[in-house]
Design a protein around this ligand. Structure first.
Ligand code: HSE
Length: 403
């Protein structure tokens, strides 16, 4: 029998319990053993829960129980979750998590710890919720040298942008709606300022390129500055504004990674990814382009990925999964300054001034545009060049165009 403990009975933790219960028969069949939930750790009381007999408040009960093989960490954050994960791995228990913050900030050391203790640390649910992406990246695409991983990695911001595009809501109105629907937290900072997408692109970059990329090495710009005017200008030329996390292979084993709003051409499949859906596009030197699409958040989709990791471990508790990456380095991540792309610019200037500054441009139009406002797309250039050309100008928005 394989025994499981869940740490944190929030949205994802309770979803994991539900999937283990609902699909128990087929999970046992697939593992060829009985997989049983033995403990749920939470500081709160759940007297009416069907699992009420499983609750404990002291992690020591799980840590010291030799029957517990797999610990599911759905507490979140890099505080107590780091302590419990470290202790579980040191006790030889494999850990499965959806906690992208912990993986992005401490993944390398936790993977090392897992190997040293003959167990596994798996985190499929940390990126893209229910979308299978991490295992395909490292196993199905293992024959490729990966060139680029880019995606819509945050469901909340994609919902907000979709509502701005489709319903003409302002950013504040769309955020309030996302909060009312339970997508955005009361404090939406991690989502709307790009920190959540940043952690996810760090994990993808580490798996794609083999070395730990830390969130403080990756510049992240969120969507607070995106206006309805930008949405309308983009739309007029067949583009959608999307928050993208991007990681690009660079010479000498280096990596370029960043998070920022982009104008995505309508013909690019990422442009059609709406609401809380996520999508991750991967380019490999043998496969070319491949895209992964699905529900990037939510109780059961995320639990689906967590329980898949539980099943993988339960099938062979002692297998060395080699699912790690090498140590990071301060000079591993290079600036995006060298990445050439067209740019979208909205500024207080005439069309003539825009042409004088930026040369060959495509002017954009929208109904109700005030005199003195210009919006346009430039030819491909690097960011320092575009900033130099705009020096001293009153610039409202400056976003990359995905080529
Ligand atoms: N807040 C995240 C999102 C949840 O909106 O995508 C899933 O990581």
């Amino acid at each position: 029998m394989v025994h499981v403990a869940i740490l944190g009975f929030g949205t994802v933790g309770s979803g994991v319990a539900e999937v283990l219960a609902t699909n128990g028969g087929l999970i046992d069949h697939r593992v060829d053993d009985l997989v049983r939930l033995k403990y749920i750790l939470d500081v709160r009381d759940f007297p009416d829960s069907p699992y009420r007999d499983l609750f404990v408040k002291d992690f020591g009960a799980i840590e010291n129980d030799h029957e517990v093989d797999i610990v599911v960490e759905t507490i979140g954050g890099a505080g107590i979750a780091l302590d419990f994960t470290t202790r579980a791995l040191k006790a030889g228990k494999s850990v499965v998590t959806s906690n992208k913050e912990l993986v992005a900030t401490h993944g390398y050391e936790l993977l090392q710890l897992a190997r040293a203790n003959g167990c596994s640390y798996l985190f499929e649910a940390s990126v893209g919720g229910g979308i299978p992406i991490l295992r395909p990246l490292t196993s199905c695409l293992a024959a490729n040298e990966l060139e680029q991983v880019s995606g819509i990695l945050n469901g909340t911001t994609n919902y907000i942008l979709t509502r701005m595009i489709r319903a003409g809501l302002t950013f504040d109105q769309a955020l309030a709606e996302a909060q009312a629907n339970g997508y955005a937290e009361k404090d939406p900072t991690a989502d709307v300022d790009g920190h959540d997408a940043c952690r996810k692109i760090c994990i993808l970059a580490a798996l794609a390129f083999g070395r730990h990329v830390y969130p403080d090495q990756v510049p992240a710009q969120g969507i607070r500055g995106v206006t309805l005017e930008d949405v309308a200008y983009a739309d007029s030329a067949g583009y959608k504004i999307k928050l993208l996390g991007r990681a690009l292979r660079q010479p000498q084993g280096r990596v370029c990674a960043f998070v920022a709003p982009h104008l995505v051409p309508g013909a690019n499949p990422l442009a059609g990814v709406e609401d809380v859906f996520n999508a991750i596009a991967v380019t490999g030197n043998a496969i070319g382009d491949v895209m992964f699409y699905g529900r990037g958040a939510g109780k059961l989709p995320t639990a689906s990925a967590v329980v898949a990791d539980v099943i993988d471990i339960a099938k062979d508790l002692k297998k060395d999964r080699h699912n790690g990456w090498e140590e990071g380095a301060p000079d591993l991540v290079v600036s995006a300054d060298g990445i050439v792309s067209p740019w979208y610019i909205r500024a207080q200037m005439s069309a003539e001034q825009a042409r004088r500054r930026c040369g060959d441009i495509q002017l954009l139009a929208r109904g109700g545009a005030p005199a003195g406002e210009a919006a346009f797309l430039t030819a491909p250039m690097a960011e320092p060049e575009v900033r130099e050309r705009l020096e001293g100008a009153d610039v409202g928005s400056l976003y990359r165009v995905l080529a």
